[in-house]
Every structure is written in C-alpha cells, then in structure tokens.
Design a binder for this molecule. Structure first.
Ligand code: AMP
Ligand code: ZN
Length: 115
C-alpha cells in the first residue's frame, strides 16, 4: 500500500522514533507546530477516525495509553493537546490515522489552528 506512515513504520522512510511496541509507533513530526510535537500511530492501517469500528478500536485505546506514558516520560507536566484531523475540512493530509501530541507552550483554542 502506498502509505507514507506505513512506510515509516516498516523503516522504508526514516523517522525520529520515540517509542515502538507491537501495536503502536510514535515519532517526531517533521514540521512541528509547537516546541514538542510528535505523532502516535497504530501499526495497523486505519485511514481516519471515521474508520474506527468495534473490531479495531482496541488499538486506539492503546494509543492513548502510550500517549499517557510518553507524556510522563517527556515530563509534559504543564499539559499537552492531542489532535486527530479527520478528512479534508479538518486538513488531514496523511490518510493513516495519527494522533498529534503538542506541548511546550500556552495554547489558544480555535477551529483554525491546532496550536
Ligand atoms: P495531518 O495534517 O493531520 O494529516 O498531519 C500530518 C502530519 O504529518 C503533519 O503534521 C506533517 O508535518 C507530518 N509529516 C508528514 N511527513 C512526515 C514525515 N516524513 N515524518 C514525520 N512527520 C511527517
Ligand atoms: Zn498506512
């Protein structure tokens, strides 16, 4: 499958890996929008949040366990934001579900910008 994030998972495209287990992969975003900006993705190819089903949702719960673990490890004590862009209006550019974790600055809140 011609998927950028599947290629990152299997090492065809290099990434700055933070964490990996049998189900999940985490790496720094190539174009950060905050002092800390990484992505957490399931190894299973799920295109977007709209494709989460009872059959594949366990890995999404695991993604959030990994985020909590990494937030402790990276000492994000002041807080962090988790974002998943779903579809074109949200600006999803990579069609392999991914959870942006951004931190390291005080964030505003608007539908125009994540941070
Ligand atoms: P989205 O717009 O929600 O689909 O987010 C896709 C994200 O992937 C963007 O924040 C990009 O900067 C990031 N990205 C694209 N290519 C790479 C790459 N090769 N390594 C790391 N992050 C990437
Ligand atoms: Zn993929």
């Amino acid at each position: 499958m011609d998927c950028l994030f599947c290629k990152i998972i299997n090492g065809e495209i290099p990434s700055k890996k933070i964490y990996e287990d049998e189900k999940v992969y985490a790496f720094y975003d190539i174009s950060p929008i905050a002092p800390v900006h990484f992505l957490v993705i399931p190894k299973e190819h799920i295109s977007c949040a709209s494709d989460i089903t009872p059959e594949n949702s366990a890995v999404i719960a695991h993604v959030f366990e990994v985020i909590a673990h990494l937030a402790k490890e990276l000492k994000l004590e002041n807080g962090y934001r988790v974002i998943t862009n779903n579809g074109d209006d949200a600006g999803q550019t990579v069609k392999h579900i991914h959870f942006h974790v951004i931190a390291g600055k005080q964030m505003g809140w608007s539908a125009e910008q994540g941070a």
